[in-house]
Design a protein around this ligand. Structure first.
Ligand code: C2E
Ligand code: CA
Ligand code: CA
Ligand code: CA
Length: 278
């Protein structure tokens, strides 16, 4: 714009400094919030598409600051990654997930709860032992959890973590490849895939009715999952039309606003105490 053209270098760099300063302040706030365990999780139900029955949950990290404002995960997760705070954050989420599982069980609800792990941290040789140690500490069985691997560049050397993932699967934990069909979580890993589940990314689900290409990607992922004996879960199911198209293509599980937004555990337990069908 005209105004931008007239910015002097000094004005420009002042704005730039301000941006860096804000980022730095947010980073410090996040570090403090983590130290105080001030983050929480919300759970989003996963359902069987044919009969709306509850089959699991996904735990999603939430950060509400002291002034009540919320920072979105697509802001603070990348920030945690660059600030070297992601393994601390994900460890907190695993602990909160274990606590949630105990509370769900106490309310008579026993379905697996998924948590997200950035694939970078899976390369930490201590990651899996820490995870198993945390489960033991809380008295949670591996079948009660589901590890969702979010894609990153580290997926390129997926073979390196495959043995540990296989170990988790042998213990009974589900392992999902998140956002399947996008970016790095591509077909090249399929031959040495150590997973139980592929999650169809919401960009394809959103366009399944309008875009023949998106519909084809969904079909392809469903065929791959069948061929390799994996489960498939569709993300971001928002409409009945999307649900029906997914069912017609043979997808049996999904999650999305059609069923429920991610919600605090207390709210969900109240709703589910009487009925586990959405
Ligand atoms: P994701 O793992 O792909 O999670 C799904 C995202 O889609 C969530 O966003 C969820 O709220 C949103 N979503 C679910 N259903 C619908 C729908 O029907 N429509 C639309 N438009 N969106 C839907 P959220 O909670 O903002 O999380 C964003 C991303 O942040 C996650 O994507 C995940 O990659 C990351 N993330 C969240 N929590 C954690 C965590 O504890 N650890 C790590 N490493 N990453 C996390
Ligand atoms: Ca996920
Ligand atoms: Ca996803
Ligand atoms: Ca995602």
């Amino acid at each position: 714009t005209a105004r931008q053209k007239h910015l002097t270098f000094l004005e420009y760099s002042a704005g730039f400094d301000e941006e860096i300063r804000q980022r730095y302040a947010l980073m410090n706030d996040l570090r403090l919030a983590l130290a105080q365990r001030a983050l929480h999780i919300e759970l989003q139900p996963k359902v069987s598409l044919s009969d709306n029955r509850l089959i699991g949950f996904e735990a999603l990290a939430r950060w509400e600051r002291e002034d009540g404002s919320r920072v979105r995960p697509d802001q603070f997760i990348p920030l945690a990654e660059t600030a070297g705070l992601i393994s601390e954050l994900d460890q907190l989420v695993v602990e909160l997930t274990c606590e949630a599982i105990k509370q769900l069980n106490a309310a008579g609800i026993d379905v697996p709860v998924a948590f997200n792990a950035s694939s970078d941290e899976l390369f930490d040789p201590d990651y899996f032992d820490t995870l198993i140690g945390t489960l033991k500490k809380y008295g949670v069985r591996p079948e009660q959890m589901n590890l969702e691997i979010t894609e990153s560049r580290a997926m390129e050397s997926y073979e390196k973590i495959a043995p540990q993932l296989k170990r988790l699967i042998e213990m009974g934990m589900a392992v999902s490849i998140d956002d399947f069909g996008t970016g790095y979580s591509s077909l090249s890993h399929i031959t040495h895939l150590a997973a139980t589940t592929l999650k169809i990314d919401q960009v394809f689900v959103r366009q399944i009715g309008e875009s023949p290409q998106a519909a084809q990607v969904v079909e392809m992922i469903l065929r791959i999952s069948e061929r390799f004996g994996l489960n498939a879960v569709a993300e971001g199911v928002e409409t009945l039309e999307q649900r029906d198209l997914l069912l017609a293509k043979g997808c049996r599980a999904g999650q999305g606003y059609l069923y429920s937004r991610p919600q605090r555990l207390e709210v969900l337990i109240d709703k589910l105490a009487s009925n586990t069908v959405f």
